[in-house]
Design a protein around this ligand. Structure first.
Ligand code: C2E
Ligand code: MG
Ligand code: MG
Ligand code: MG
Length: 281
């Protein structure tokens, strides 16, 4: 232990770490610049019922194209979270996704029970502006609250401070939907599933990846689906890439799927193109 501590202390002064600190500083500046230059946009990934035919929702995913090169969300979102930039960006995401959902409603592209889902970072949650902003955005765009779904991670629900609880209560009162993202990767306590009014669990892709070869992953996924259904929650499987995975999920009684097999994240124009024909109920 002392040894590793010593090593870490030493590491603090290595050129490598210096370079890393500098890189993240440059990235932060890049984000600021990118926001001013409107380099950010949203793609939407459809979610399907288990037949793989009917769209049941669309997840808005933030994209950054910087000098024609795509920067991965897993790189820039944690940094936005650290710097607090996620608050400004997150409000823009909410505004843009809600407006887009309203457009799809007006053009009759999607049925009314098909919400747009927006990811929320922990830092947005403790921002006092969040609930008023969501209420305003829904009101100004004339969108029914049930057409907006918020995706939060287990961490947010586990915090369970009075602030978190109040925000969750207010969101529930507002009438937006709530789902738990990356389910299974966070905490082992499931108490929060009882405490909060949740609509859906999204089983993390890491459980789905090997579901066609690993009996253990089948067992875990089956248990999550059963748990969810016992609590009257819907289940979404994330990152479904093959027909074999879809077949197993159907056999396990999973409700919805999201993944490259059915559709990759795409621009709004591509959504309109793909689902132009009126969908059968
Ligand atoms: P997430 O919310 O769990 O989103 C699902 C991620 O899985 C997306 O990655 C999506 O492109 C990817 N994905 C979906 N289907 C498949 C598949 O079949 N195979 C593979 N390999 N990947 C698949 P993406 O867009 O890179 O986003 C990564 C994460 O960044 C998201 O994970 C979410 O946590 C975060 N994120 C994205 N947009 C936002 C945002 O607007 N706000 C916040 N706070 N976080 C965001
Ligand atoms: Mg998500
Ligand atoms: Mg996820
Ligand atoms: Mg994720």
């Amino acid at each position: 232990r002392a040894k590793s501590l010593g090593r870490n202390t030493f590491e603090f002064f290595t050129p490598e770490l210096n370079a890393r600190a500098k890189a993240s500083m440059l990235l932060e500046q890049g984000i600021r610049h990118g926001l001013d230059q409107q380099e950010f946009y949203l793609d939407y990934q459809p979610q399907f019922d288990i037949s793989g035919q009917r769209v049941v929702g669309l997840e808005a995913l933030l994209r950054w194209r910087r000098n024609h090169v795509a920067v991965q969300p897993d790189i820039f979102i944690p940094l936005m979270e650290q710097t607090g930039q996620i608050n400004r960006v997150g409000e823009w995401v909410l505004e843009t996704a809600v407006r887009q959902r309203r457009v799809w409603q007006q053009t009759g592209l999607l049925t009314d029970d098909c919400p747009v889902a927006v990811n929320l970072s922990p830092r947005q949650f403790t921002n006092a502006q969040l609930v008023p902003a969501i209420a305003r955005i829904l009101r100004e765009n004339g969108l029914a609250p049930a057409m907006l779904e918020l995706e939060v991670t287990e961490g947010i629900l586990m915090e369970n401070t009075s602030v978190h609880r109040k925000v969750l209560d207010q969101l529930h009162e507002l009438g937006v939907r709530l789902s738990i993202d990356d389910f299974g990767t966070g905490y082992s306590s499931l108490a929060y599933l009882i405490d909060f009014d949740i609509d859906a669990l999204k089983i993390d892709k890491s459980f789905i990846d090997h579901i066609d070869t690993s009996e253990k992953d089948v067992a875990i996924t089956a248990s999550i689906i059963q748990l969810a259904h016992n609590l009257r929650l819907k289940v979404v499987a994330e990152g479904v890439e093959s027909q074999a995975q879809l077949d197993i999920l159907r056999r396990l009684g999973c409700d919805y799927v999201q993944g490259y097999l059915c559709a990759k994240p795409m621009a709004p124009e591509a959504v309109a193109q793909r689902f132009a024909a009126p969908q059968k109920p």
